[in-house]
Design a protein around this ligand. Structure first.
Ligand code: SF4
Length: 201
């Protein structure tokens, strides 16, 4: 957790009462799902702005965390532990695809994988099959091992991908996948391409 302490207006936002009459008004434009609907009105983390205003050094949850899992500090202080960690490249935004430039980032967000095993027949593994993953504007290609296995690791959660399996002489297969959980595509049995009919002379 890594917000700036420069001031509540820079690091947190509040919800104007005049705008919380319609529940959907808040949930639809909240791509990070960071809003909750309380008993009467929407709520979100304020970084304990009311406590920081009273010169608390940290929000309540940071102070109370028994394992030190939360870190709060001033990004304008180049010597702070927070600034060093922030600049290390090890922190990630939650749902970076929304490009919200958040002031709260996370370390070691769990990742998803997509895996499978490719076969040429019931008892023949497809070694060295080409498997291509496309999605999120990127493309990755791997080759199956001698058991026909392949795996793509480090994928974001809830993202849409297409997996294409190709092997010479066999019809390629494609799968649309969403990484709500880790995805195992199971045994993928390729079919031989139909033989082209030769023209009679
Ligand atoms: S206790 Fe933590 S989560 Fe709750 S408002 Fe304060 S900073 Fe946000």
């Amino acid at each position: 957790m890594a917000p700036s302490t420069r001031g509540r207006m820079e690091s947190s936002s509040s919800i104007r009462k005049s705008r919380w009459t319609e529940r959907d008004t808040f949930f639809l434009p909240s791509p990070g799902h960071l809003l909750e609907f309380g008993e009467e009105h929407p709520q979100k983390c304020t970084l304990c702005a009311h406590l920081l205003d009273q010169r608390w050094k940290e929000p309540r949850c940071v102070e109370a965390c028994p394992t030190g899992a939360l870190l709060f500090g001033d990004l304008d202080d180049p010597e702070s532990e927070l600034t060093k960690l922030w600049n290390s490249g090890r922190l990630e935004a939650f749902h970076p695809e929304f490009e919200l430039k958040p002031r709260v980032k996370y370390l070691a967000i769990p990742k998803r994988f997509i895996a499978g095993a490719v076969f040429l027949s019931r008892d023949e593994c497809a070694e060295d099959a080409k498997v291509t993953l496309t999605g999120r504007g990127k493309k990755q290609t791997v080759r199956t091992n001698n058991f026909g296995d392949f795996e793509f690791e480090g994928l974001g959660e809830g993202q849409a991908f297409t997996v294409k399996v190709e092997y010479p002489g066999y019809t390629s297969q494609s799968f649309d996948v969403r990484t709500k959980t880790d995805v195992y595509l199971g045994e993928i049995l390729l079919k031989r391409e139909p033989k082209k009919k030769s023209k009679k002379r």
